[in-house]
Design a protein around this ligand. Sequence first.
Ligand SMILES: Nc1ncnc2c1ncn2[C@@H]1O[C@H](COP(=O)(O)OP(=O)(O)OP(=O)(O)O)[C@@H](O)[C@H]1O
Ligand SMILES: [Mg+2]
Length: 245
Amino acid sequence: MAEHLLKVEHLEKSYGDKQVLRDISFEVDEGNVVVLLGPSGSGKSTLIRCLNGLEDYQAGSIVFNGETIQPSEKVWRELRQQIGMVFQSYDLFPNLTVMENILLGPMKVQRRNKAEATEQALSLLKEVGMEQYADAYPRQLSGGQKQRVAIVRALELNPKLMLFDEVTASLDPEMVRGVLEIILRLAKDKMTMVVVTHEMNFARQIADKILFLEDGKILEQTAGEQFFIKPQTNRAQTFLESMDF
Ligand SMILES: Nc1ncnc2c1ncn2[C@@H]1O[C@H](COP(=O)(O)OP(=O)(O)OP(=O)(O)O)[C@@H](O)[C@H]1O
Ligand SMILES: [Mg+2]
């Protein structure tokens, strides 16, 4: 088993002639949580999307589970079964029930046994307090409930790595806690994760390591608790002071 589940080396990414990621290198160890922080536009979403093949990159490499990824649609399609991602907007299929949404990947892509996949889906739904909504349609759910289903749908594939990009950003305040608690529980269960969040208390609770980005560069990589006590850079200090928490 690879010591670093994920290793990013000298990643460079541009949109046209606009460079948005510069010489990004970091590692994520198995069972660890890395949180990406930084001002708006610093490249957090772009970086996390590169880790799931949703954006290409011009230079550098990503090593996952000991193997350097040779980017192609086919390779990424397979890797997305091991690297799950949840976004700010829950992209559930509106015409499918909760259960159908969750089973789509395991049935179509992984060709799993339906009874077994259904059993796992029910147990995951139960863990997030959503088992009674298996037959509901997304429009019948609140934002927080949809986001919990989106998390279950990703977990159902039994990923080795989970990516979360501001999954609570579009939720009503009273929905936020429940979703964050699910992610905290995943961390306790030693799920390896890369998380983008603006919830500083949550970041502090969950992060083994903070990557602080500005202008597409990693300004510092600091152990989670240490970052919140005293970051290494003045820029990060100013950023923390500007956050309300
Ligand atoms: N599709 C695109 N085409 C061109 N430029 C883009 C595109 N997507 C993002 N960018 C630019 O890349 C930079 C990084 O954007 P990104 O969305 O990664 O930032 P972010 O750190 O996630 O910000 P936020 O905290 O607001 O979500 C920004 O300057 C943005 O304008
Ligand atoms: Mg973003």
